[in-house]
Design a protein around this ligand. Structure first.
Ligand code: GCU
Length: 138
């Protein structure tokens, strides 16, 4: 395997809180983003080499309404209003993946809510390096 996990509760949070009241998260909790447009979580991601990597977000959305987020790498959107659909329950966690180029060294990966419902609950970001064929499972 060739991935690194970044816990949302350890990331930079704008308009959101760390909580742990819905089971199934990894690490010590998850981020509950405020139900406003523009709430975000920003991860500080380190890459050994420049190139396209997979950004896999683990999330829960206990509503039946999509909670789209724009994903930006180093300030540039790589996915606009990416769907984070309902997962059936706040305790049901799923993953979506966006592929994006990273720089060697430090990068920022920001997920920003694009509707007034805010984002889903975010558990973590898994960054999978080039050449890895193993699928994230949890
Ligand atoms: C509920 C749920 C939260 C969630 C929120 C929301 O309050 O308990 O975990 O973040 O709904 O709609 O965003």
């Amino acid at each position: 395997s060739n991935f690194t996990d970044y816990q949302a509760e350890s990331a930079t949070i704008s308009q959101g809180v760390v909580e742990s009241n819905h089971a199934g998260f990894t690490g010590s909790g998850f981020v509950n983003l405020d139900n406003v447009t523009g709430s975000y979580v920003e991860f500080a991601v380190s890459a050994a080499a420049a190139g396209t990597q997979s950004l896999t977000f683990r999330f829960a959305n206990g509503t039946t309404t999509d909670r789209p987020m724009t994903i930006a790498v180093n300030g540039t959107a790589v996915a606009t209003a990416r769907s984070f659909p309902g997962t059936g329950a706040w305790t049901t966690w799923q993953e979506i993946t966006v592929n994006a180029p990273l720089n060697a060294g430090g990068n920022t990966v920001r997920a920003t809510a694009t509707t007034d419902n805010g984002g889903p609950n975010l558990d973590r970001l898994r960054v999978t390096g080039p050449g890895d064929t193993e699928k994230p499972t949890s």
